[in-house]
Design a protein around this ligand. Structure first.
Ligand code: FES
Length: 104
């Protein structure tokens, strides 16, 4: 077992300080350490895209990215939110686009 290291992440505009092993992927950090389960673990091999997040506005496969690699960068995840009409909308992406409530 590798000694855990402190990693500071900014996720959806909120700072998180984690104590994790250096080999922890961004996907596992998001899902297992921060509790954000919007990004899914599909193939875990960089082929399906289910784990896609944005890092400084660029698409990144979080299953192939170490959490420590994105320290100090802005991570935006898929955060599903139900609207009044029952439509599921990605609130984080809406904020990135400058929208407040409804999908395009
Ligand atoms: S889980 Fe399939 S690309 Fe990351």
């Amino acid at each position: 077992m590798t000694k855990p290291i402190p990693v500071k992440l900014e996720i959806n505009g909120k700072r998180h300080e984690l104590l994790i092993e250096p080999r922890v992927t961004l996907l596992d950090a998001l899902r297992e350490h921060v509790g954000l389960t919007g990004s899914k673990k599909g193939c875990d091999q960089g082929q399906c895209g289910a784990c896609t997040v944005h890092v400084d506005g660029e698409r990144v496969l979080s299953c192939l990215t170490l959490a420590a690699q994105v320290e100090g960068r802005a991570v935006t995840t898929t955060t599903m939110t139900k609207t009044k009409g029952g439509v599921v909308w990605n609130a984080s992406v809406a904020r990135m686009r400058g929208s407040s409530s409804s999908p395009p």
